[in-house]
Ligand binder design. Structure first.
Ligand SMILES: Nc1nc2c(ncn2[C@@H]2O[C@H](COP(=O)(O)OP(=O)(O)OP(=O)(O)O)[C@@H](O)[C@H]2O)c(=O)[nH]1
Ligand SMILES: [Mg+2]
Length: 330
């Protein structure tokens, strides 16, 4: 049987093989993703982000249990486990989700954010499509919200859970600009620790200052729900998890009813397409102009003031276009 058919049937080995093809930028990966694309759109993609050690994996582990009880198949992609901030979390994430290791309805995969060409966001987007077409109804993407890459990854989600915890100094100040903006549902985890109520007050204050960005579907929730619900949990003690699941459900159902989710998905697609286009143009330029090879010479001539920056770049682009044209004519 071919890979596409096996993935559609939810064959785990076929799924793992597809993910490897994507990560390794194998030539067949693009057509595989395209072949699966018509079957996508059935999953709810949940981004889980927030400060290191806030309890994201523990929360996901609990949410998997709740989702499984409803008979939903669940997949988890943990990105950037090699982050210096989290220190060897691959093992940690796997351990924390170990209770599901033998459940055939749960698929867990870690992806390193460094060391491969296509960019982790692009690969994550493709992996989501594979899992979606394989019939996983809930897909969690766990990332640490520390950089632009993570924010881009989180933008692949339908609903973003931003996880914070008390006692980490000035928690909100420490979050990178932009991270607060991407949260839909705010989770204050470790509510068993001192400072949880104070953190809630701070989050409420910061959210009250937030300017909505309707174009991105950010900062405004679906009509009919509080724009950004705040849920207090203690994942470790399995407390508040029902409320969190309800907040997610409400976001989803109201989002579907009001058209908010459709809007969010269109935004996601737009960002993804732009990313693909940018990457392709880069690749094309790099193959033809061999940018990486020529860069030292260009830099030299600029450094010696023998060239001017825009003239140099524009000339290279003209040369590229000329060559493309003659390629096509021949
Ligand atoms: N007190 C308390 N500890 C918790 C709670 N939830 C998680 N923890 C603990 O916090 C630590 C980090 O939990 P993780 O789930 O690995 O956190 P994470 O956000 O996934 O961590 P990274 O992926 O490394 O950023 C673990 O020791 C958990 O047992 C909670 O509700 N209360
Ligand atoms: Mg984790």
């Amino acid at each position: 049987m071919d890979l596409v058919a096996e993935i559609r049937q939810g064959n785990v080995r076929a799924i793992a093989r597809a993910i490897s093809l994507i990560e390794d930028l194998e030539p067949g990966a693009e057509s595989l993703v395209d072949a699966l694309y018509p079957d996508t759109g059935g999953s709810l993609v949940l981004g889980v982000t927030g400060s290191p050690g806030a309890g994201k994996s523990t929360l996901v582990d609990r949410l998997i249990t709740l989702e499984r009880r409803r008979g939903r198949k669940v997949a988890v992609i943990a990105v950037d486990p090699s982050s210096p901030f989290s220190g060897g979390a691959i093992l940690g994430d796997r351990l924390r989700m170990q209770s599901h290791a033998t459940d055939p309805g749960v698929f867990i995969r870690s992806m390193a954010s460094r060391g491969f060409l296509g960019g982790v966001a692009a690969a994550t987007g493709d992996v989501i499509k594979v899992l979606d077409s394989a019939g996983y109804q809930s897909i969690f993407i766990e990332t640490i919200g520390v950089g632009q890459t993570e924010i881009t990854i989180v933008e692949l989600s339908d609903i973003v859970l931003l996880v914070l915890m008390p006692g980490a100094g000035d928690e909100i100040q420490a979050m990178k600009a932009g991270v607060m903006e991407i949260g839909d549902v705010f989770v204050i985890n470790k509510r068993d620790l001192p400072g949880a109520d104070k953190l809630r007050t701070e989050v409420e204050y910061v959210l009250s200052l937030k300017s909505p960005n309707p174009a991105a579907g950010r900062g405004i929730g679906p009509a009919g729900v509080a724009a950004n619900p705040i849920v207090m949990t203690s994942a470790f003690h399995d407390e508040g998890m029902r409320q969190l699941q309800e907040a997610i459900d409400t976001y989803r159902t109201e989002g579907e009813r009001s058209g908010w989710l459709a809007e969010r998905r269109r935004f996601r697609l737009e960002r993804e397409l732009l990313g693909m286009l940018n990457r392709k143009v880069h690749e094309l330029m790099d193959v033809h102009i061999e940018v990486s090879k020529q860069l030292p010479a260009w830099t030299d001539s600029l450094y010696r003031h023998e060239a001017r920056p825009y003239a140099l770049i524009n000339e290279q682009i003209r040369k590229f276009l000329r060559e493309r044209r003659s390629d096509r004519e021949n």
